[in-house]
Design a protein. Structure first.
Length: 447
């Protein structure tokens, strides 16, 4: 079954090289649907059995969550892409390569999520850099090419540090399988610190985040959704594995270092949302904020870890919806600026609703389960009042700023051009899934 999760996007990647546009769309959508269905089955199986191990693959609850996120956003991006591509004026990357690269992007992320070997996980993440950088350059814009180049440079340097951390880990433990690696505390501290810098670059942690707003802000919306809702969590999973090894090796100082970088990321990202004038960059900084909160969460014990992965799940579906909604706004209003958009609830009603729901979800508003997740993380941080205060400030600033900007866009009189209903339904469906999961979590907690 786990091999099939890789075989489906690999097949789609190869078949999408065929010179038939409609066939490329159908193949990608069909095989991404099957991948999504298989990820749901895997999630159910892991919940029942605790883990699934096949050949060189090993999946526990945390990796199953990330696989589900990757497969879900892969499916939604395949569904949304035909609409957006029809509205691209000039292509820098040849259009016929788009679907092949989109499938390859999903393939590399799934591979990194399924393998228990940190070396192979590193290879998968390095491959995501190459594939996603090409996708960022789809449109013929100077900003896109510059963002892709900056992303490649910064991410490659960061992954160089991650590779060093794996060298230290393997030198001492003689294995790179996360579930069996153990090493002396001082070496575990060094390995985890290097991993925090390395994988933290791909996560978007401060101050290694410089690539993130430009890459997410200039990429095509279906790609931005995969970068934010899938790639960041995959990198987060990689660091979480090294972090877990360090804690198991009694390198408890790593928790303090991780919490510091996490809360600094959340606070800086929240502050940077305030002056934003480009809505895709606003949502990019929102992703950085959430990743900072989740990173802080894993440093606070088992409850914090579970809350962090719950937060990533809600954020993944909601943020994908926000980026698909952004694509609708860009097509309808012919702008990416917040001040140039108003009246979404009048002109693009479903998109407006999706943006409202999505912004509430990513900022931790009830009834979304992200509210519960952030509340648990705050409760776990009470042992350190300064950490709690900084986290609370980041959450409140982000909530106020993002929802203020989105409210400006959704209310008012200005009307954009009409777009097909199915294009509006996609971001709304993604946001509603986040809401549905939230009600499911609330139901479990109340039983």
């Amino acid at each position: 079954m786990l091999w099939l999760l890789l075989f489906l996007p690999l097949t789609a990647c190869l078949l999408s090289l065929l010179p038939f546009r409609r066939l490329r769309e159908v193949i990608t959508l069909t095989l991404s649907t099957l991948t999504f269905a298989l990820s749901v089955y895997l999630m159910v199986k892991v919940i029942k059995t605790g883990k699934v191990a096949e050949s060189v693959f090993y999946v526990d609850l945390y990796s199953a969550i990330i696989v589900l996120l990757v497969a879900s956003v892969y499916f939604f991006s395949a569904l949304y892409s035909p609409f957006y591509l029809r509205n691209v004026k000039e292509f820098f990357l040849k259009r016929r390569y788009y679907y092949s690269l989109l499938n390859a992007f999903a393939l590399t992320m799934l591979f990194a999520s399924l393998t228990p070997n940190l070396g192979l996980m590193w290879v998968g993440l390095e491959a995501t850099t190459i594939v996603s950088a090409l996708l960022i350059t789809l449109e013929k814009k100077k900003a896109s090419v510059e963002a892709a180049w900056r992303y490649v440079i910064v991410a490659s340097v960061g992954l160089g540090f991650a590779l060093l951390s794996l060298v230290v880990l393997y030198h001492s433990s003689k294995t790179l399988n996360w579930y069996s690696a153990r090493l002396p505390a001082y070496q575990a501290t060094l390995a985890a610190t290097l991993a925090l810098i390395g994988f933290g670059t791909k996560i978007g942690l401060f101050p290694m985040h410089t690539w993130l707003p430009d890459a997410h802000g200039t990429a095509p919306p279906p790609v931005s959704a995969m970068l934010s809702a899938s790639l960041l969590p995959v990198a987060f999973l990689a660091y979480f594995r090294v972090f877990s090894i360090a804690i198991s090796s009694n390198a408890h100082v790593v928790a303090s270092i991780t919490a510091f970088f996490g809360v600094m990321t959340a606070l800086m990202a929240a502050l940077l949302t305030i002056p934003q004038q480009i809505f895709k960059r606003l949502f990019a900084y929102s992703s950085m904020d959430v990743m900072g909160i989740a990173t802080t969460g894993i440093a606070l014990g088992k409850e914090g870890i579970l809350a962090s992965f719950l937060l990533l799940t809600i954020h993944g579906f909601a943020k994908a919806g926000l980026f698909y909604g952004s694509g609708n706004v860009m097509v309808s209003y012919r702008t990416g600026r917040i001040d140039d958009v108003s009246g979404l609830l009048s002109s693009l009603k479903l998109t407006g609703i999706a943006l409202i729901l999505g912004s509430l979800a990513v900022t931790g508003a009830p009834p979304f389960a992200s509210f519960i997740a952030e509340l648990v993380i705050l409760a776990c941080s009470l042992r350190n009042p300064a950490l709690t205060a900084a986290l609370a400030a980041a959450i409140l600033i982000s909530f106020s700023s993002i929802n203020y900007h989105v409210t400006k866009m959704t209310f008012g009189e200005r009307r954009g051009e009409k777009i097909p209903v199915y294009a509006e339904a996609i971001p709304l469906l993604s946001a509603l899934i986040a809401l549905g999961i939230s009600f499911g979590v609330l139901g479990v907690l109340l039983i």
